[in-house]
Design a protein around this ligand. Structure first.
Ligand SMILES: *[C@@H]1O[C@H](CO)[C@@H](O)[C@H](O)[C@H]1NC(C)=O
Ligand SMILES: *[C@@H]1O[C@H](CO)[C@@H](O)[C@H](O)[C@H]1NC(C)=O
Ligand SMILES: *[C@@H]1O[C@H](CO)[C@@H](O)[C@H](O)[C@H]1NC(C)=O
Length: 620
């Protein structure tokens, strides 16, 4: 903390101009005193006064003759030191404080007129309510107006089926009115802690809670609520938008709000014509531990304020389409996901969350896709489940690939394989993609000649899978077979396919082209965090059967086969693993997490394909 204040002193010293008036040290000290008694983050001021006094005593304090310059210097110093842009010092010899009228003291007729002018209620098509409030009045004023507000505003709104709450023009208001509004959009129970407000001058902390009882009917928490904001939305309106957003009660459409403050005061520094503007209270949301102050409220759908209302109709139309999409996602899971019990559980949770209104913040297909993905992964514990958005039908990575021509084979081999002979007759084989069995067969003679024959007669082999993000799983049995003997055939793993409900024992194959590496020589497999899908299955199989030592990083944790299913004719697709692999040794399902190496080591390469884990999911 003392560090902040030393910056303040430094700033002051830097601007040293001419030596003249002697009132400046006193001015700075007075300013410090005001901050100490009023600034809402007193913990940031520890040691400040002492530091200033010390600087004065040692004669280091600056002398500036121009008063406007001095005010600017002090502003820069105090903002820099306390990292708060709201703190300003001004020189205003003709300043006349504006007396903002205290609302509750106004006559009732005047108050009524004021409310009439700052509130608008309308009922739009489809029983959608529209409520615009330009000034959120405090509880005292509301009390004075009696049932006027209830009859003319809240009761009218309460019977609509959904509500557009327009706070785009709400630039002033009283924080004490916030609990009423939040309560209106909540249930009586449980009570919700909305805000904690610390007021520095009185050194008191006040908690704002929803109200257990209200005069009129509540809107409750079930019906849709859309709040419109603009960059001018400020103060109490920001508190309302922020709280309802983070309670997941409302979606916010429009511009990021102004980022005002609960309470800012302009205080005269001693008897001078200098004034310091100080935030004297601060708000902390117990929901987020943070605040809308200074940074504002970020909308769920960011659009120009003047276009916000049009956008609401788009969102409303989108929300009407949500039910089949969420049900459809659950149905696809139940039908195709490899582990039926989990599919059912996840599908039920999705529906429950939707019914509870937790999909309200979704404003378009993209946000729906990311919301669904997060929920699927969280409730299933399976990070392979994925919903994505695609305008064009995505290419399935499992379609039968094209068989390469003789000319292409050369390129493929050059691009995908690397071999080396290391000292001690150790072979090194790196390959970066798992090809389909038909491709392997078609390229077989060249593969054996240009790749395999170079390393097959070594005493030990290093297989580098660090750059292999997978591909087709059809060639895995053949590939594994090279590392076992002709006889006996070895049970590699068992595949359960959910779509056909069949169990298939996958064995080594009796015949391979060229020479085998056999079952007795040492094999080391290098892995990285991008080693995935079929490369991972190969690695896990050899690990499972104690045929190889795995060195590197845990692998991605992919799946043997994920298929992509369109969700109800929409532009959304779900990627669902439809097979599980059972270990040949334990008979248990392989975990969805990656292969743990025997020896953990940094894979040591640049992030050459940081997004590659998602390559299959990305829209072309
Ligand atoms: C010093 O300040 C006084 C008033 O504060 C002013 O009248 C005088 O001209 C200043 N002198 C210099 C050298 O700036
Ligand atoms: C009213 O609802 C109907 C059917 O649900 C819909 O087609 C129409 O677009 C809605 N009107 C507005 C303004 O949202
Ligand atoms: C503010 O109040 C707390 C107790 O509520 C007390 O510990 C603290 O010393 C007070 N701070 C000041 C500056 O008066």
């Amino acid at each position: 903390m003392a560090q902040h204040t030393s910056i303040l002193i430094l700033m002051l010293l830097l601007y040293s101009l001419s030596a003249n008036s002697s009132f400046q040290p006193a001015l700075v000290l007075e300013m410090a005193k005001i901050l100490l008694e009023n600034y809402c983050f007193p913990e940031n001021l520890v040691g400040m006064q002492e530091a200033i006094q010390q600087a004065i005593n040692s004669g280091e304090i600056l002398q500036i003759s121009d008063k406007k310059t001095l005010a600017t210097v002090l502003t820069v110093g105090v903002q820099g030191a306390l990292n708060d842009p709201r703190l300003t010092v001004s020189y205003e010899p003709n300043f006349v404080p504006v007396m903002t009228p205290v609302l509750p003291s106004l006559p009732k007729e005047q108050l009524t007129r004021l409310v009439r002018n700052s509130v608008k209620v309308d009922i739009l098509e489809n029983n959608t309510g529209y409520l615009r409030i330009d000034r959120i009045i405090g509880e005292e004023t509301a009390a004075k107006l009696g049932s006027l507000l209830k009859d003319n505003i809240w009761d009218r709104v309460a019977h609509t089926s959904s509500l557009i709450f327009d706070l785009r023009y709400s630039t002033a208001g009283d924080l004490s009115g916030v609990p009423f509004i939040i309560s209106f959009f909540s249930e009586p129970e449980p009570l919700i802690h909305i805000d904690t407000v610390y007021d520095r001058p009185s050194n008191t902390t006040r908690e704002l809670w929803t109200m257990p009882t209200m005069m009129g009917e509540r809107y409750g928490k079930k019906k849709d609520l859309i709040i419109l904001t603009s960059k001018r939305t400020q103060g109490a309106a920001e508190a309302v938008a922020y709280t309802l957003k983070h309670l997941q009660r409302a979606i916010i459409v429009g511009e990021r709000t102004s980022g005002g403050s609960i309470k800012v005061k302009k205080i005269r520094i001693a008897r001078s014509d200098f004034y310091i503007t100080v935030p004297v209270a601060r708000s902390v949301s117990p929901i987020t531990g943070q605040s809308w102050e200074v940074s504002g409220v970020v909308p769920d759908a960011i659009v120009l304020a003047e276009e916000a209302l049009d956008h609401v109709h788009e969102i409303a139309a989108f929300h009407r389409e949500l039910t089949p999409l969420i049900e459809g996602t659950g149905e696809l899971l139940e039908k195709y996901y490899a582990i039926p019990e989990i599919a059912l559980k996840v599908s039920n949770i999705l529906l429950r969350k939707y019914a509870e209104g937790l999909y309200r913040s979704v404003v378009d297909f993209e946000s729906l896709a990311s919301h669904l993905t997060a929920d699927l992964q969280e409730t299933s514990g399976d990070h392979r489940l994925h919903v994505f958005y695609c305008d064009v039908e995505p290419e399935s990575p499992h379609e039968v690939p094209k068989i390469p021509t003789a000319e292409e084979v050369g390129y493929i081999i050059d691009a995908l394989f690397k071999t080396e002979l290391l000292p001690g007759n150790v072979g090194y084989l790196r390959f970066d993609m798992m090809a389909d069995i038909e491709v392997v067969k078609a390229t077989g003679p060249q593969l054996v000649k240009f790749v395999w024959s170079k390393i097959v007669n070594t005493d030990a082999l290093i297989i580098d899978m660090r750059y292999n993000t997978g591909g087709y799983s059809t060639a895995i049995p053949l590939l594994c077979s090279y590392f076992f003997d002709v006889e006996p055939l070895v049970h590699l793993y068992t595949v359960f396919d959910r779509t056909t409900t069949t169990m298939t024992e996958v064995m080594t194959v009796p015949q391979v082209r060229g020479q085998r590496y056999g079952s007795s020589k040492d094999v080391y497999i290098l892995t990285s965090h991008i080693t995935g899908s079929a490369a991972e299955v190969f690695t896990r199989t050899l690990k499972d059967l104690n045929r190889a030592t795995i060195i590197g990083e845990p692998t991605i944790g992919g799946s043997l086969s994920s298929a992509t299913y369109q969700i109800r004719d929409s532009v959304l697709y779900a990627s669902i693993p439809n097979q599980v692999v059972l270990s040949a040794i334990t008979g248990k399902v392989w975990s969805v997490s990656g292969v743990e190496p025997h020896v953990i080591a940094r894979a040591m390469f640049q992030r050459l394909c940081s997004e590659s884990s998602n390559c299959n999911f990305e829209c072309a």
